[in-house]
Design a binder for this molecule. Structure first.
Ligand SMILES: C[S@@+](CC[C@H](N)C(=O)[O-])C[C@H]1O[C@@H](n2cnc3c(N)ncnc32)[C@H](O)[C@@H]1O
Length: 168
């Protein structure tokens, strides 16, 4: 299973709460499956569908996250608001401003992706990686930072940055 640094916090939240979750750039939907198993309603967003499953409480939304505007994404997602938003291993900075507006009060936002340190990082394209302490310095009056870490990922392969935010 794909791992994230704050996996235990994520599991604890998923197991203790129920509601609607949004997985942005959901890839092979590892986290979608985990959420469905724990009786969440899940909106999965990606450029392409990587699974064939057709489950109740689940909607796959084919959306180009680099092109869509807030009003359009809200409409596509039927104006739903989420108790949980996850964004793992994908970065498009305008999303960081949109996400709080898709969340319910007290909802959590888990974000984790690669970062660039001393000019180096996992990805070839620098703009797709976070800058030093970028999530720590994220200024958004709708989000409170609960946890932050930058350094090696849990498998000690890549330099990542990861954070948990609460929607206020
Ligand atoms: C590295 S995978 C991460 C998958 C998953 N979040 C995870 O951590 O396991 C990146 C995902 O971003 C999706 N993606 C890339 N560009 C996108 C875009 N413009 N809009 C939506 N999804 C995109 C890819 O299709 C891919 O599934």
């Amino acid at each position: 299973m794909n791992q994230v640094f704050y996996q235990n916090s994520l599991l604890k939240f998923i197991r203790s709460k129920k509601g609607k979750a949004l997985d942005l750039a959901s890839g092979n939907e590892t986290f979608v499956k985990l959420l469905l198993k724990n009786n969440w309603y899940v909106d999965s967003v990606d450029l392409k569908k990587n699974n064939n499953f057709n489950k109740k409480n689940y909607t796959f939304n084919c959306i180009d996250l680099e092109k869509i505007k807030l009003s359009k994404i809200r409409k596509k997602l039927a104006l739903r608001k989420y108790e949980l938003v996850i964004l793992f291993r994908f970065l498009h900075r305008p999303l960081l401003r949109m996400i709080p507006l898709l969340m319910k009060k007290n909802g959590l936002f888990f974000c984790e992706t690669y970062m660039i340190q001393n000019g180096k990082g996992k990805l070839n394209t620098k703009k797709n990686m976070l800058r030093e302490k970028e999530l720590f310095n994220l200024k958004n009056c709708n989000l409170n930072l609960l946890k932050f870490y930058q350094g090696k990922d849990s498998q000690k392969r890549n330099i990542i940055q990861t954070a948990i935010f609460k929607r206020v």
